[in-house]
Design a protein. Structure first.
Length: 308
């Protein structure tokens, strides 16, 4: 293989001995060793066979620019078994403990089951006395990842990445202002829950609620739309309909969210046009704010934690 090295048969044979292989090369360790993935603590990697057995949690952000509603972060929640996800928009990370309580209560009411365990990183929003007292009282196990080991909560990390990538694509294709990212992320999560994942042939929605999702009302984000103006809110000669931009779906209501007159409004009386001609027509600036040059992203430190 090479020349210039003269070893005796005895020296060559010694290279294959267990004693030689056990020798530690400290220089090699310092120069070349990669991160080792720590073995999980007992019970943390048991097969999950039912919903709410384990909820992954994370915070994505800060996101720039600040959303139209003043939010800078996305609190994400993912059921390990069904892959059903919930997103909550927050202004500051100190809101996370209350959002955790709210989401857990909502999931438990919807299913009649109890959340058995939650998993998150060691951010201050997850390690605080208020949250720990709440979980202890409920009997919910709190699993925390090791420092600098975001892969131990990989499902939450992947969910964040998926949502941000979809939001970026939605904003780009629709040409709406980036401060509408919060509307986009809620819509992206809704679509995700109604789409099959690699883990199951069924959608997260069907696995969680035991019913197939009805997607007949789904529309393309950023499409041109017309919203009906109630007669109580218009003058005699005002038009019945107003041009607007479709943004998504109102939670727990049969209604759409649209951008009209520079504001987000909720209405069930919306007609959406998804054709390319309607997408490309000239739109008044008060309906479609000019997209800013700011980049949608979230900052993280080198250890994987969110930058303050």
């Amino acid at each position: 293989m090479v020349t210039g090295i003269n070893l005796s048969k005895e020296e060559t044979a010694r290279l294959d001995t267990d004693e030689f292989m056990r020798k530690v090369c400290h220089g090699c360790i310092v120069g070349n060793q990669q991160r080792n993935v720590a073995k999980p603590h007992p019970g943390s990697e048991l097969a999950i066979t039912e919903e709410l057995a384990l909820i992954h949690m994370d915070v994505c952000g800060p996101i720039e620019p600040t959303s139209m509603g003043g939010n800078r972060y996305i609190a994400t929640f993912l059921d390990d078994y069904t892959n059903y996800s919930v997103v909550r928009l927050i202004k500051v990370k100190s809101q996370v403990p209350e959002e955790i309580k709210s989401v857990i209560a909502e999931l438990e009411r919807q299913t009649g089951l109890q959340v058995k365990a939650i998993r998150s990183d060691r951010g201050g929003e997850y390690i605080n006395q208020t949250l720990q007292d709440y979980l202890k009282k409920k009997g919910t196990v709190q699993q925390l990842t090791a420092p600098y080991s975001p892969e131990q909560n990989g499902k939450a990390e992947r969910l964040n990445r998926t949502l941000v990538e979809r939001v970026r694509s939605m904003l780009h294709s629709s040409h709406v202002s980036k401060n509408l990212w919060a509307e986009a992320v809620v819509t992206a999560n809704c679509i995700r829950n109604c789409s099959p994942t690699t883990d199951h042939t069924k959608t997260p929605w069907e696995l969680f609620y035991n019913v197939k999702p009805d997607v007949s009302n789904m529309r393309i984000f950023g499409s041109i739309a017309y919203v009906h103006t109630p007669k109580e809110l218009r003058k005699k000669l005002d038009p019945n309909e107003k041009l607007c931009i479709f943004l998504g779906y109102e939670s727990h209501a049969k209604a759409y969210r649209v951008l009209v007159d520079g504001k987000v409004k909720i209405s069930k009386n919306v007609v959406v046009y998804e054709t390319e001609d309607h997408m490309e027509q000239d739109i008044p600036p008060d309906v479609l704010p000019t997209a800013t040059s700011q980049t949608l992203h979230h900052r993280r430190n080198s250890d994987g934690s969110v930058e303050e």
